[in-house]
Design a binder for this molecule. Structure first.
Ligand SMILES: CC(C)(COP(=O)(O)OP(=O)(O)OC[C@H]1O[C@@H](n2cnc3c(N)ncnc32)[C@H](O)[C@@H]1OP(=O)(O)O)[C@@H](O)C(=O)NCCC(=O)NCCS
Length: 149
């Protein structure tokens, strides 16, 4: 049995460890302070994902499932929980950058977009400007009311 809920400050060290192991950026987390959700199983944090708000849009970032717990549907469930939370907060569009998981996100309804078509504020984020390599693809998904149902 696992549950997905908001990260507490005490979870962040474990989350940073998971992100580092997966090769995802952590250096801007202290400044960007994205809102993390975590997956807990028997009190252990085994996955995470975050939203970084930019007005009506948000960056979906730092999605990770611990090696050994992948391919169980957890990644998909974290994405759905982030979409629900974003829609509840009035976010209309989610944007992400990924080097390795474009197929995964495509199955979840995300579509490739030009980086230059992402909302300007999102393009100003550290993840866009410097942390994600230029080989990372940009994807987006427009949220509808159904996501907050
Ligand atoms: C990407 C990641 C979060 C997926 O987590 P997961 O829990 O294994 O994903 P799920 O089990 O929910 O997979 C859902 C579907 O996507 C598929 N899938 C998972 N990872 C995939 C990948 N990297 N590429 C293509 N398809 C993938 C699964 O086979 C599954 O397909 P199905 O629905 O047809 O069975 C995980 O592989 C991970 O932590 N990767 C390293 C970090 C990363 O790349 N994060 C994304 C950048 S923001």
């Amino acid at each position: 049995m696992f549950q997905i809920d908001a990260a507490s400050p005490a979870d962040l060290e474990v989350v940073q460890g998971l992100l580092s192991e997966a090769g995802l950026p952590t250096s801007d987390l202290g400044v960007a302070r994205p809102q993390f959700l975590v997956v807990r199983e028997r009190k252990a944090v085994i996955g995470a994902g975050a939203l970084q708000r930019f007005g009506a849009a948000a960056l979906l970032r730092s999605l990770v499932v611990a090696d050994g717990h992948r391919k169980r549907g957890l990644g998909r469930q974290i994405v759905e929980a982030l979409e629900q939370r974003a829609a509840e907060q009035g976010v209309g569009e989610l944007i992400l950058l990924t080097e390795t998981a474009a197929d995964f996100f495509e199955r979840a309804g995300y579509r490739l977009i030009e980086r230059s078509r992402a909302p300007a504020a999102v393009q100003e984020s550290a993840e866009f400007r410097s942390l994600c390599p230029s080989t990372a693809v940009c994807m987006g998904k427009v949220l509808t009311a159904a996501h907050s149902a």
